[in-house]
Design a protein around this ligand. Structure first.
Ligand code: COA
Length: 258
């Protein structure tokens, strides 16, 4: 059985990390399986959105596979971190919305993977954290950067320096997750949000994602110029004409992604 499962329905690709006996820890096979799944999804016109989740009821992803840590050298550890960062960057820059459906522990690389997604929905049972300092390391899959951007420097440093996980409710309170639902509602809620985004003008959704993601790593005025250029591109789309006509005619827009 593959350690990363994919299933496509209603233009939503569900990617499931499937190592429940090791709480879906990210070993080299899982990282490669995720890279391939997102690499294939990026240009695939049949994939409009992606949901990422973990197999079993206990864990989303309980982090990088600690079993591999004893054999790391400084050079191989750097490669290990870079490989994971590249995959998470691929998720973030997919050009399509991704939703982490956090069904349990999202620790270390699991929390980092969830943060690379566009949105995060957590089951009430979820726990999120960056416990690396307990192992004598620091977050290595972008966590030191994405956590501070999502929840602010003070809260990020508290989580990273204490290593203590937060409950789903606390994660919601600090803006680390968008929504908290009952376990049985997790996938339906993720699909519902994905479906709503898929009903919006696809190019506008893509450019909005780009404006936020690319803009956050630019100086503010450069990001504004980038936003303005993308706004200009939207005006060249058939969907913009359709969206505006639909509003004026008091009906729902029918978008083609053109
Ligand atoms: N890497 C490798 N194996 C892991 C793992 C990880 N990150 N997280 C859990 N596992 C394994 C355990 O070793 C155990 O394997 P075993 O049955 O062969 O002994 C199995 O998954 C179940 O985990 P266990 O620790 O028995 O479950 P628990 O309910 O007692 O505790 C956690 C759950 C999540 C609190 C605990 O597993 C944990 O702290 N994991 C590590 C989290 C972490 O530090 N992640 C960051 C890594 S940089």
């Amino acid at each position: 059985m593959s350690v990363v499962l994919t299933d496509l329905s209603d233009r939503i690709l569900t990617v499931t990390v499937n190592r429940p006996e090791k709480l879906n820890a990210l070993n080299a096979d899982v990282v490669e399986g995720l890279r391939k799944a997102f690499h294939d999804a990026k240009p695939d016109p049949d994939v409009g959105a992606v949901i990422v989740t973990g197999a079993g009821e206990k864990a989303f992803v309980a982090g990088a596979d600690i079993g591999t840590f004893p054999s790391l050298t400084p050079a191989s550890a750097r490669d290990f971190a870079r490989r994971g960062q590249v995959v998470l960057d691929l998720i973030e820059s997919l050009g399509k919305p991704s939703i982490a459906a956090i069904n349990g522990f999202a620790l270390g690389g699991g929390c980092e993977m969830a943060m690379a997604c566009t949105l995060r929905i957590a089951s009430k049972t979820a726990r999120l954290g960056q416990p690396e300092v307990n192992l004598g390391v620091i977050p290595g899959y972008g966590g030191s950067q994405r956590l501070a951007r999502l929840v602010g420097k003070g809260r990020a440093l508290e989580m990273i320096l204490t290593g203590d996980p937060v409950t789903a409710e606390e994660a919601w309170r600090i803006g680390l997750v968008n929504r908290v639902v009952e376990p049985a509602e997790l996938i339906p809620a993720a699909r519902q949000i994905a479906g709503k985004i898929l009903s919006r003008a696809p190019l506008a959704v893509r450019y909005a994602l780009e404006a936020v993601n690319a803009g956050l790593s630019m100086p503010f005025h450069e990001a504004e110029a980038h936003e303005a250029a993308l706004f200009g591109l939207c005006v060249a789309t058939e969907d913009m004409r359709e969206g505006v006509a639909a509003f004026l005619e008091k009906r729902q827009g029918k978008f083609k992604g053109k």
